[in-house]
Design a protein around this ligand. Structure first.
Ligand SMILES: O=C(O)COP(=O)(O)O
Ligand SMILES: [Mg+2]
Length: 223
């Protein structure tokens, strides 16, 4: 079985903060509410759009109206790749992993349609053999089944997979799923000190860390 890496999307592969911030502020403006700063919006990201909106509305001491989720997604999907770009150094890493025959997947708490639109707009789709979005299944990260169900799309088992993400939800899901797990320091999350987690300071460190993680797995031939 090919070694597999499951990437988180926001804060790991792409810096998406500006477009999320802009979409949220357009939604807030439509509700006659003042804008949030980029730092505030960044602190709302990580648990999917429904939770982002809960955090935003409760920060304004407002009840969330029933149209908020679909209005946000309309705003976001229209301009998801306006200012969002892969983090510097990510594309060379994806090219190197592809050349080394790693299978690559994305497991994100961003809703699947928005994630797919973004990956398409940035030309990233061809790298990935599966995508599990925040609304693809009844559960999402930190629930490990989000990773397991994404892996299952290609019949891959967790003991051939490494989870790479920037948020404690990624680390929790990776460890609970039985995957080798790498935390990325360039993203939006708080640093992880969970035992057994490898830490990447920059994308260029990923190929070596992934090879180390692979060496830490039970040999593929004996599984
Ligand atoms: O949509 C979010 O809140 C976070 O998305 P991510 O899982 O790709 O980081
Ligand atoms: Mg993330």
């Amino acid at each position: 079985m090919r070694p597999t890496v499951i990437f988180d999307l926001d804060g790991t592969l792409v810096d998406s903060r500006l477009d999320i911030c802009d979409a949220l502020n357009r939604l807030m403006a439509s509700r006659l509410q003042p804008s949030f700063t980029l730092a505030e919006v960044t602190s709302f990201i990580g648990d999917g759009v429904p939770v982002l909106l809960q955090r935003a509305f409760s920060a304004r001491q407002l009840e969330q109206d029933p149209a908020a989720l679909s209005d946000f997604l309309t705003e976001y999907e229209a301009k998801a790749a306006e200012r969002t770009r892969p983090f510097p150094g990510i594309i060379p890493v994806l090219d190197e992993l592809r050349a080394r025959d790693w299978q690559m997947m994305v497991c994100t708490n961003k809703p699947e349609r928005a994630a797919r639109l973004l990956l398409e707009a940035l030309g990233l789709c061809p790298y990935f053999s599966a995508l599990g979005g925040g609304d693809s299944f009844p559960i999402r990260k930190p629930d490990p089944r989000h990773l397991l169900l994404t892996l299952a799309k290609t019949g891959t088992s967790a003991n051939h997979a490494v989870m790479v993400g920037d948020h404690h939800n990624d680390v929790a899901a990776g460890l609970a799923a039985g995957c080798q797990t790498i935390f990325c320091r360039w993203g939006y999350g708080e640093p992880s000190d969970a035992p057994g987690v490898r830490i990447a300071g920059a994308p260029a460190e990923l190929p070596k860390l992934l090879e180390d993680a692979l060496a830490g797995m039970v040999p593929v031939s004996s599984k």
